[in-house]
Design a protein around this ligand. Structure first.
Ligand code: AMP
Ligand code: GLY
Length: 416
């Protein structure tokens, strides 16, 4: 089998690493891929959002399956464009991916189908939004409607911060058209849990739980990032909480999307908060999280290709997911200054000395047999162990062996 994976981060490295454990896959191409992916797949220099070029490449190369991993191409309709050409593709349609592409759409869906979430107001008019934040309850949360690289959520503790957030999103248009509308949401509190799930439009299979660390620095300080590290499973996701989330959030979402004529085939990521009033849904993603994939996939015992095929064919009910009892911890190593300004092109050393972990490459480039930094998040170092503590110890022992100028990582992944 010959497969194309669209994307080029740590998540895509983990997906390909897992896929090729199936020996019927003989060729993997990746657009655009990265330094580490180039060791296990043929990387082609096509950007993940270059829809026309990807469709043209897929037609020429004749793949058995194209897997679309990142949010932008999904919401731009890449899966629809591939299917229109008769190419088999894994991922939600553009209409189904709107649960991530528009927070306003997602919120309306949650409200219409009584899925528990934080209360909110939506504004497309700056003056009305301004009037609202001047008198709303604090803290409050201001969110850009559209895709904003995971950075469109601003928690505001006072009115000045809320006004600044509105200016950033609606006036300065830091996130472009994603900021045409804003959501101003009630601030809720509690532990956060991410649940990823496979869905074939009808059946949904939740995966093992995971927990991300979104802030740049230790003890959850500093700016929000794409994710600085993850662990799986999270002890807060007890069997009882799981049942409650499945009954009030996960299953209602699948039937809501079906009722709306947007059956979801692919991966739904539920970003949840366990509040005193029960679990509430903060957001949907229409894809694997990054770096959630880097801890969940190493624990998955099933064949990943088989699951992807079942999602496409509507046969997920035939599959039972099986998980490794070991826990997993992934520590992200980033370029100094991430997520603001950082340098690229630093030589990475020590990768050959890794003994207990899997190193998933994110922003790296390979030249003349050596790896160089090429992005904000550079590597994800994942280890398995019989407890979170032992997985943590192994991952950090290997992180210490890897060096590049300016390397930055959190020292507290998995401690909480
Ligand atoms: P999101 O991109 O929607 O997951 O938001 C990023 C982060 O902002 C979440 O992981 C939460 O930590 C925080 N957040 C989002 N919405 C709320 C809310 N309504 N109340 C409190 N924190 C929130
Ligand atoms: N780690 C969060 C995300 O992938 O959006």
């Amino acid at each position: 089998m010959k497969i194309l994976v669209v994307g080029g981060g740590g998540r895509e490295h983990a997906i390909i690493w897992k896929l090729i454990q199936n020996k019927s896959i003989t060729q993997v191409h990746c657009a655009p891929g990265n330094g580490g992916i180039s060791d296990i797949a043929k990387c082609v220099p096509i950007g993940a959002t270059d829809i026309d070029a990807i469709v043209a490449y897929a037609k020429t190369e004749v793949f058995d399956l194209v897997i679309v991993a990142p949010d932008d191409p999904l919401y731009m309709g890449l899966v629809d464009a591939l299917e229109a050409e008769g190419i088999r593709a894994f991922g939600p349609s553009q209409k189904a991916a709107e649960i991530e592409g528009s927070k306003v759409y997602a919120k309306n869906l949650m409200t219409k189908y009584n899925i528990p979430t934080a209360d909110c107001e939506v504004f497309d008019n700056y003056d009305k939004a301004l009037a609202y934040v001047s008198s709303c309850k604090l803290p409050t949360v201001v969110k850009a409607d559209g895709l904003a690289l995971g950075k469109g959520v601003i928690i505001c503790t006072n009115v000045d911060e809320a006004i600044a957030a509105l200016n950033t999103i609606m006036v300065d248009k830091v996130f472009g058209d994603a900021g045409n509308r804003v959501i101003i949401e009630e601030f809720i509190t509690g532990p956060e849990v991410s649940v990823l799930s496979f869905c074939d439009g009808e059946t949904i299979l939740p995966m093992a739980s995971a927990q991300d660390h979104k802030r740049a620095f230790d003890n959850d300080t500093g700016p929000n990032t794409g994710g600085m590290g993850t662990f799986s499973p999270t002890p807060k996701y007890t069997a009882q909480v799981q049942k409650q989330i499945e009954d009030t959030i996960i299953k209602p979402t699948v039937s809501a999307l079906k009722s709306e004529g947007r059956p979801f085939k692919g991966i739904i990521f539920f970003g949840l908060m366990l509040t005193e009033d029960g679990p509430k849904l903060l957001e949907y993603n229409a894809r694997f999280g990054d770096p959630e994939a880097q801890v969940v996939l190493p624990r998955l015992k099933n064949d990943l290709l088989e699951i992807f095929n079942a999602c496409i064919d509507g046969t997920l009910s035939d599959i039972t997911l099986e998980w490794d009892d070991n826990s997993a911890v992934c520590v992200v190593m980033a370029s100094g200054g991430y997520p603001v300004a950082y340098k690229k092109g630093e030589l990475i050393s020590g990768l050959n000395d890794i003994s207990q972990s899997i190193v998933f490459h994110a922003g790296t480039k390979k030249r003349d047999g050596r790896y160089y930094t090429n992005g904000g998040r550079v590597l994800g170092v994942t280890a398995l162990g019989d407890s979170i503590a032992s997985a943590r110890a192994k991952a950090y022992a290997d992180v210490k062996k890897i060096e590049f100028t300016g390397a930055q990582f959190r020292a507290d992944i998995g401690i909480k």
